[in-house]
Design a protein around this ligand. Structure first.
Ligand SMILES: [Zn+2]
Length: 54
């Protein structure tokens, strides 16, 4: 699992693992932790203007 301090949305790629698409850090090649993924989602919302429930 990725331990990089800050993972920006452009540092994330999506890899297919079996039937699941896993968000993966481009810097270390490891999958993101839940905390990193929620940060990544927030950045995505900011950059692309997606609207979420909160
Ligand atoms: Zn990483």
């Amino acid at each position: 699992m990725c331990n990089c301090g800050s993972v920006h949305f452009y540092d994330v790629s999506f890899k297919l693992q079996g039937m699941t698409v896993v968000p993966t850090c481009k810097n270390c090649g490891e999958s993101l932790s839940d905390e990193q993924f929620s940060k990544f989602e927030k950045e995505l919302v900011k950059h692309w203007g997606f609207d979420e429930k909160d």
